[in-house]
Design a protein around this ligand. Structure first.
Ligand code: NAD
Length: 242
């Protein structure tokens, strides 16, 4: 795979299961990475802040550019999963889910695009979900928010290709991270046992590890994916949503 030597990347949700793997995978290809999360993270540069704060999102790409002396790659990876049928979800659930999963990537893309355009282009990878492309049951807020990310990705890819900016999305199915494990714990289940059962439902024999997703993200940011623009890349081990 082409390297990313000298490229400067910003990754949100850099403390999470998939985020940590994305930071490591980008660094392994030679990129310098600014990671952002609620608290400090392991990256070349750490920028902590809350994505529910509009002003923080608006400033984040410029902050990253200043600290790294450039910006070529943006990975909007942070996200939360809000569970429950519509009658179980509150106004606060709605506002928080949309703020983190939709408004933050919208604001960060809006702020990053002129910065990428100024240096002749770059790559944006947004994290949607298989559930954003094929909605599953019991998670109306999550599926709506991830469908919005998928649509945003496709629209931006058409609008900004002429500036040399490629926008794509990665759409994972189940991944072995705190997001999925805490869900089992809240339901009183043993996460290891529950994941073993889930593994049996995947044609490839196991749910994804964070690195399985991170490698696809890195590919999408690299020159090997130079003709990919507006793709919603499902990384599912062959498992359909259902
Ligand atoms: N784990 C899965 O099964 C799965 C499947 C499909 C898509 N995804 C998506 O992948 C992405 C990463 O998920 P993950 O599994 O690594 O989850 P995770 O919970 O391990 O990590 C998410 C990270 O986002 C950060 N974050 C959340 N709210 C924030 C806020 N307000 N401000 C700043 N940072 C905030 C968290 O601190 C956390 O470090 C998410 O967008 C998620 O929707 C995950």
């Amino acid at each position: 795979m082409s390297g990313l030597e000298g490229k400067k990347a910003l990754v949100t949700g850099a403390n999470g299961g998939i985020g940590q793997a994305i930071v490591r995978a980008l660094q392994a290809k030679g990129a310098i990475v600014a990671g952002s999360d609620i608290s400090d993270c392991q990256a070349d540069i750490s920028i902590s802040g809350n994505l529910t704060e509009a002003e923080f999102c608006d400033r984040l790409p410029e902050l990253a550019r200043e600290k790294m002396d450039g910006l070529d790659i943006l990975v909007n990876n942070a996200g939360i999963i809000t569970r429950g049928t519509i009658d179980q979800t509150s106004d606060d659930d709605f506002r928080r889910t949309m703020a983190i999963n939709v408004e933050a990537p919208f604001r960060i893309c809006r702020a990053a695009i002129p910065i990428l355009a100024e240096v002749g282009g770059g790559a944006i990878v947004n994290t949607s979900s298989c559930w954003g492309v094929h909605p599953g049951p019991n998670h109306p807020l999550y599926v709506m928010s991830k469908a919005a990310v998928a649509s945003l990705t496709q629209c931006l890819s058409m609008d900004h290709a002429h500036q040399g900016i490629r926008v794509n999305a990665v759409c994972p199915n189940e991944v072995n991270t705190p997001m999925i494990r805490t869900g089992f714990e809240t339901r009183g289940l043993d996460p290891d046992k529950a994941i073993e059962e889930l593994n049996a439902s995947v044609p490839l024999g196991r749910i994804a590890e964070p690195e399985d997703i991170a490698d696809v993200v890195v590919f999408l940011t690299s020159d090997d994916a130079r003709y990919m623009c507006g793709a919603l890349v499902e990384v599912s081990g062959g498992k359909p949503v259902g």
